[in-house]
Design a binder for this molecule. Structure first.
Ligand SMILES: Nc1ncnc2c1ncn2[C@@H]1O[C@H](COP(=O)(O)OP(=O)(O)OP(=O)(O)O)[C@@H](O)[C@H]1O
Ligand SMILES: [Mg+2]
Length: 227
């Protein structure tokens, strides 16, 4: 069974009298332990696809399953439970809580997960922010906020992390630190990764790339062993 699977996925956004078809007839299966890159130009539907796969939004048509369980018919409580036990999400716009420190933002998923090891400080250190743990978002640079968002997505040891252009605001050294962290968790803990980026070159280590254009999946690309 695939960890996450989508079939016939469509998402329309209504804008006044207009309808924007952000995704059309997308099918995708993500296997446990995979490292998948979702590419495509700006506006092609990457963020829309990630939010549907994570059950953050509901499709206009089609289905998404997580470990075989349909998300579009799940209650909001069940969706929240699946997310807090199995999924991490790095939002393109970070979505940190303004009045909480970096450390408290990273710990947020643990509030709902109950037990579990508190790895917040360890993760902040891994993304180079040990000295910023007590800072609130407005006291952080964009790149620092992005790294807090990455640490938050990992703190509850999820099965899968959906990361939406997670290194877009980072300089080279910090990009490398983030990829090193994600790759290690992928290799050592079998963390499944679904990462959106404009180009596959921005996602070192991804074994498979799918491409979106104007809401449709085009040419599935393979890298690595298949050349
Ligand atoms: N809430 C919304 N209401 C109306 N249209 C939307 C909404 N969200 C996204 N869209 C439209 O849906 C399409 C896909 O948007 P999406 O954010 O998924 O693209 P993207 O590939 O993530 O782009 P980027 O690389 O710029 O982040 C775009 O044309 C966008 O304008
Ligand atoms: Mg996007």
């Amino acid at each position: 069974m695939s960890l996450v699977a989508a079939t016939g996925l469509r998402k329309d956004y209504r804008q006044g009298g207009d309808v924007v078809a952000a995704l059309r007839d997308v099918a995708l299966a993500v296997e446990e332990g995979e490292f998948l890159c979702v590419t495509g130009p700006s506006g092609s539907g990457k963020s829309t696809l990630l939010s549907l796969l994570a059950g953050l939004d509901r499709p206009t048509r089609g289905s998404v399953t997580f470990r075989g369980e349909a998300l579009e018919t799940a209650s909001s409580g069940r969706l929240a439970e699946l997310r807090r036990t199995g999924m991490g999400f790095v939002f393109q716009d970070f979505r940190l809580v303004r009045h909480l420190t970096a450390r408290a933002n990273v710990r947020l998923p643990l509030l709902f997960a109950g037990d579990g090891e508190d790895r917040a400080d360890e993760l902040l250190e891994r993304v180079g922010l040990a000295a910023r743990a007590g800072h609130r978002p407005h006291e952080l640079s964009r790149g620092e906020m992005q790294r807090v968002a990455v640490a938050r997505a990992l703190v509850h040891d999820p099965a899968v992390v959906f990361a939406d252009e997670p290194t877009a605001s980072l300089d080279r050294a910090n990009r490398e630190a983030v990829w090193r962290l994600l790759s290690e968790l992928h290799t050592e803990r079998g963390l499944t990764l679904v990462v959106a980026a404009h180009d596959a070159e921005q996602v070192p280590g991804a074994a498979r790339t799918v491409r979106l254009a104007d809401g449709r999946m085009v040419e599935p690309l393979r890298r690595g062993t298949d050349g």
